[in-house]
Ligand binder design. Structure first.
Ligand code: CA
Length: 434
């Protein structure tokens, strides 16, 4: 049994928002993830998710309910001005309000059904300054490497350095946004010259994102033991990938237009504080693997650096939706299998003096497990199209077709603790118009 953080389960408080007490729900009182919504007059409000409702924090603040020392980060720019410690204060106060029947009459006017609000990226539209994508799953790196280099799937640097690349922040979109199949330059193996046209190998990548809440100064580094205090919280990420464009362009500088056309994020940022009970040791390295270099190693991070988060990919084709059929699960994995911890990725990112800024999004890279049904991309699942995925209605997929909807889900469970979840990260591949 893995050692976990959090000590004995705390006594649970009942929330007067009844849907928050649903044992199968994502948003109990113990979660309270942050988000940003736009009302019907285009005003933006920082909010929390509770059950099937959102709690408007600006509204609560104006009504004198929040009772915290100083309010920043509640404006239209979203969470970009709210440090992680202040978010903790606001979550604690909100939990008091939502469990105290005495204040129900005063708080209730600031609840809106989730289905009635339009969620925006949590750090505001354009608020994500930089986006960095890592490659922290050794199973993913090995699976993908094996497709291209059967004899040496893992490159020699993998076990020493958290591999990553700078992604594109401008094309990050919120869950529910249609994603258009990109055009690009591709060169099938049998062709003598490349061509330009629609990608035929569109894929998803199941990832976990982590937002920077507290920045660092250019030239400074972030010691491993300080790394987590820079993280605001986590969300789900679908790093859409055009495999045919990627395969032709990626050498020698890495991913470019095969990735930058769209990245979808879920709207809710689940704080590290809420995730505390679901922490586990960092994944154990295999016998003979090197220990991380000193700047990436601490006993505490090895003991507590993992997160036990179940992660799933669901798929609904256009034909399934027309027939009224429910989405099917095509993958189930877990974040605890990652080779590198969140703290190691943050520390490595800043180890050359590169500054991180509030609202920067870092992502783990595709989260894949060791088994075929726990891989986080179709590239791995179908062995680059060689073994199509069979769906219950008789359809099959090598890669995504127009009209396919990809739904990512993530949640944590532990005996004695409530289930907490991330909500959904959805995207439909738009019907191509040429
Ligand atoms: Ca990726």
């Amino acid at each position: 049994m893995a050692v976990r953080g959090g000590g004995d389960p705390p006594a649970r408080r009942r929330c007067w928002v009844e849907s928050a007490n649903d044992p199968e729900g994502d948003f109990p009182l113990e979660n309270l993830p942050f988000g940003l919504y736009e009302d019907d007059r285009q005003r933006r409000h920082t909010c929390l998710a509770i059950g099937d409702q959102v709690l408007d924090l600006q509204g609560c603040n104006v009504a004198g309910l929040l009772n915290v020392t100083q309010i920043v980060g509640l404006g239209p720019r979203g969470l970009g001005h709210m440090e992680p410690w202040r978010a903790r204060e606001i979550r604690h106060r909100a939990a008091e309000l939502l469990s105290d029947p005495e204040v129900r009459d005063r708080v209730e006017p600031h609840l809106i059904p989730q289905q009635d609000v339009k969620m925006l990226p949590p750090f505001g539209v354009g608020g994500i300054g930089d986006y960095t994508d890592f490659y922290a799953s050794i199973h993913h790196a090995t699976n993908v490497g094996r497709l291209f280099r059967p004899d040496t799937p893992l490159l020699p640097n993998y076990k020493w350095v958290p591999i990553g690349y700078h992604g594109r922040a401008s094309s990050i979109v919120i869950s529910g946004t249609e994603v258009r199949r990109p055009c690009g330059q591709t060169k099938p193996p049998e062709a003598s010259t490349p061509m330009f046209g629609l990608s035929r190998m569109l894929d998803y990548e199941l990832e976990v994102g982590f937002f920077i809440g507290e920045g660092s100064t250019l030239g400074d580094t972030i010691p491993l033991e300080q790394a987590e205090k820079h993280i605001f919280g986590l969300c789900l990420v679908n790093d859409w990938s055009a495999r045919d464009i990627q395969a032709w362009e990626y050498q020698p500088l890495g991913p470019f237009l095969g990735k930058s056309f769209a990245t979808t994020i879920s709207p809710w940022v689940v704080t590290l504080e809420a995730l505390e009970p679901y922490r586990v040791p960092a994944a154990k390295r295999a016998e003979g693997d090197p220990q991380p270099l000193l700047y990436l190693y601490s006993e505490r991070d090895q003991e507590r650096g993992g997160y036990d988060i179940n992660l799933e990919v669901w798929l609904a084709t256009a034909k399934m939706r027309t027939a009224g059929e429910a989405p099917v699960r095509v993958s189930r994995g877990n974040m605890k299998d990652l080779y590198w911890t969140l703290a190691q990725m943050v520390t490595h990112h800043a180890s050359n003096g590169c500054n991180l800024r509030p609202g920067d999004l870092l992502a783990t890279g595709t989260v894949s497990g060791a088994t075929p049904d726990s891989v986080g991309s179709l590239l791995e699942r179908t062995k680059r199209g060689a073994e199509p995925l069979m769906l219950p209605n008789g359809e099959s997929r090598k890669f995504l077709e127009d009209g396919d909807e990809v739904i990512l889900r993530g949640w944590c469970e532990r005996e004695g603790y409530p289930r907490i979840g991330f909500g959904e990260c959805r995207g439909i591949v738009g019907v191509t118009r040429v």
